[in-house]
Design a protein around this ligand. Sequence first.
Ligand code: ATP
Length: 289
Amino acid sequence: MRLTSLEIKGFKSFGDKVSIHFDKGVTSIVGPNGSGKSNVVDSIRWVLGEQKTRMLRSEKMENIIFNGNKNRKPASLAEVSLSFENTKNILPTEYSTVTITRRLYRTGESEYLLNNVTCRLKDITDLFLDTGIGSDSYAIIELKMVDEILNDKNNAIKNLLEEAAGISKYKIRKKQTLQKLEDTDTDLKRVDDLLFEIERNMKQLESQAKKTERYYRLKEQYKELSTELALFTISGSKKTFDELQKQEAHQQEEKIGLDTQMDTLEAELQQVKLLALDKEKNYPNHKRF
Ligand code: ATP
């Protein structure tokens, strides 16, 4: 695997697009002090995903965007692309040329691309994981780091040897695995909390279900009893109605008998009245006034 080219645009001192081609053998970049040689190293470190501004010799990440000079306006974004030749398939991808790109806009938005396709930083770090290339690996050694190694600051020699021996990748994997275990532990605790909550909700639902069941049972009983009551009331009323009808018929008969008696008595009374009138007429001492 070989570094083939680096394109820098809007990064630190590079307002214009600069392309550096790395041919076989050694490539040297020379220039006067302050011309931007270390910025080239910074751009490689940055495109590989460096997050620490200190490692980029900057206070804020925004400061890595070209902030203009007397000939050029400040850039709105910084963009760096780094290409590798992958003919030996050292990078776990089918592409024979791999280009990684990082962009940072003044708005704070940032993007990573893998062969011009948007991806996550993790995709890039995973791609380079076994290769010894990374923003914090000894594949990129700047001037300050040479001092650190010579002075063995922060176990720099041990770290350098570990990386050269291929141990550091296992250390990274161990760290990642431990992190995963910790995350899984947190997830398990959350699952426990959720289970507790679900169990509590289940109990509530169970009690509500029992109440609902009782409600429907009682409602059914009420319906049955209401129907029985209605039937009972109807049959009682019918009995009373029948008895009253019978009484009415009986009284009707009695009325007819009494009416007949009344008619007979009326007729008799008329006859008595007629007889009385006759007698009155024929009475000798009858006086007329
Ligand atoms: P030396 O040989 O002294 O170490 P060098 O060639 O490595 O120098 P660098 O440190 O890479 O130089 O570059 C420093 C230059 O980059 C400075 O002139 C600084 O003004 C310029 N610079 C840094 N950040 C920005 C930025 N955001 N916009 C424009 N210029 C910047």
